[in-house]
Design a protein around this ligand. Structure first.
Ligand code: ADP
Ligand code: MG
Length: 483
């Protein structure tokens, strides 16, 4: 198959024709490249690998070659990124909309309820976040039948892999360069990926807006983090390119060491904090005791820039995604009709469980739906026959519990043969992919300082797996080959 533009390079489609020796050679080179370029995660077999950098590193799971993706769909995903950034900002300012939309979820979901409590407290004291920083990722799957690029979710907290995602694109570009002749591919068809640079730059610009040269950026981390190198790519970039320091603290440490000065400045371990960048705090397991909740509340009270603020965090919940997909809701937040149409085009079917007709349909054809609780981080959704069972159980248990879930149209992406490399082993399997587009947004009062698309992340998983998380062990890091 010829690609547009008339070059004789071919998309990487026919993996079956690849000679086994060539594949083995590429795998070997890719493993060496990963080790030399920091495409690494902590090895779960090594005890200290989640706490001490440099101990027990293993290459991050990756696809040996980038996955073919249509250029027009890629352009579409890139085009809507700044619109989604703006949408998050607008929605976050509507405290009433957030509280009301989540009011029934609050009754049945203890975690969401605690987040809403913090949000209510901020509304009560009329807390204003004048400088607002969002580092988002909007995830999509390309539905095979309809050829529509449909949004899976919009992540507003702890969006992972801006670091390693950038590196894996470079790995692929390196392989395409070195093996291009054998593969018949054009390296320029894999866009280079500047997610790590763009995110660091947005953080640096926010740091400048905060305007305290002594202040540092604090990443909120889990006590054990095997994905620490992804985060270190940002702190390294910040230091090297912008001379800004990033420190790492857990929620419990923030509770213990944190205090707020009379002018609102957050001090943690003696450091003034300009920006709180959350890479933890999105899941109930991040709050094992009251200390972590105290830490979260303390941060929210401070004048530090929160990435995300509690209202940005809530805007990224699945319930809000479903509310925004209802007719005439986007119109409350966005004026431009064309922008609204572009966003709406990538919304999949989303329903509340109060919709009795859709629940009937889902009980009848559960494989056409995904049922989602208000959780982040992978591994929480319900698929297939379990959807039917869960819905029947909820019917018996009464209406209240309905609010803990949303229903979503199941998207069926095309599957294709892929070489997945994990733990130094390569195996070929049928796989499907999810494209994430990063977006950065920075605003100081009325001035929008950054509103951009900031690189991408492709994740590929074996077709037989429902879930998609890389850290959760379902998927591999990937990049794209435009056709
Ligand atoms: P999380 O916050 O846990 O990441 P997601 O909504 O992203 O929640 O769902 C997790 C994974 O489940 C996705 O990465 C994707 O692989 C799969 N998934 C989610 N929604 C759908 C859908 N509507 N159709 C098909 N797969 C889906
Ligand atoms: Mg997700």
């Amino acid at each position: 198959m010829e690609i547009e533009g008339g070059s004789d390079s071919k998309p990487i489609l026919d993996l079956h024709s690849l000679d086994d020796n060539l594949v083995q050679k590429m795998v070997y080179d890719a493993l060496v490249w990963s080790s030399l370029h920091g495409l690494v995660v902590g090895d779960r077999n090594v005890q200290r690998s989640g706490t001490v950098p440099g101990i027990g590193m293993v290459h991050a799971p990756f696809a040996l070659l980038p996955t073919v993706f249509p250029e027009n769909q890629w352009n579409l995903a890139c085009e809507v990124a700044p619109i989604f950034n703006e949408l998050v900002d607008r929605v976050s300012l509507d405290g009433k909309f957030l509280q009301e939309s989540l009011s029934r979820t609050k009754k049945v979901d203890a975690f969401t309820s605690r987040l809403l409590d913090i949000h209510s407290k901020m509304l009560e004291i009329n807390k204003k976040e004048e400088i607002r920083l969002g580092l988002h990722r909007s995830d999509y799957m390309l539905d095979e039948k309809t050829k529509l690029l449909l949004q899976i979710e919009l992540n507003t907290i702890s969006t992972s892999f801006p670091g390693l995602g950038s590196v894996v694109s470079e790995l692929h570009r390196s392989l395409l360069k070195n093996y291009g002749e054998h593969l018949g591919c054009d390296v320029n068809r894999t866009p280079s990926n500047d997610a790590a640079n763009r995110f660091s730059e947005a953080l640096a610009k926010a740091w400048i807006e905060y305007n305290n040269p002594k202040a540092v950026i604090m990443v909120v981390v889990q006590p054990e983090e095997r994905n620490m190198y992804d985060q270190h790519w940002l702190s390294f970039n910040l230091k090297e390119r912008h001379n800004v320091t990033m420190i790492r603290k857990t929620m419990a440490e923030i509770d213990k060491e944190g205090e707020i000065q009379p002018d609102g400045t957050l001090l943690v371990g003696g450091h003034a904090i300009a920006i709180i960048y959350f890479r933890a705090g999105y899941a109930p397991t991040d709050y094992p005791s009251e200390a972590e909740w105290r830490g979260r509340l303390l941060m929210e009270h401070s004048s530090a820039i929160k990435c995300p603020s509690i209202s940005y965090h809530l805007t990224g919940t699945k319930k809000i995604q479903q509310e925004l997909a209802k007719p005439n809701v986007l119109e409350k937040f966005i004026d431009n009709k064309e922008d609204i149409a572009k966003l709406r085009k990538c919304f999949a079917g989303l329903w509340s469980l109060d919709d009795a007709d859709i629940v009937d349909t889902a009980i009848e054809k559960p494989h056409l739906f995904v049922m989602k609780p208000q959780r982040e981080g992978g591994g929480n959704n319900i698929y297939g026959d379990d959807v039917r069972e869960a819905l029947l159980r909820l019917r018996k248990d009464g209406k209240e519990q309905n609010a803990a879930y949303i229903l979503m149209q199941r998207i069926f992406p095309t599957d294709s043969a892929t070489f997945l490399v994990r733990d130094g082993n390569c195996h070929k399997d049928h796989a499907v992919s999810e494209l994430g587009i990063y977006g950065a947004y920075l605003r100081n009062k009325d001035k929008v300082i950054v509103n951009e698309r900031s690189g991408y992340l492709m994740r590929t998983k074996v077709s037989s797996s429902n879930e998609g998380g890389v850290a959760a062990g379902f998927a591999v890091l990937d990049s794209i080959y435009l056709t």
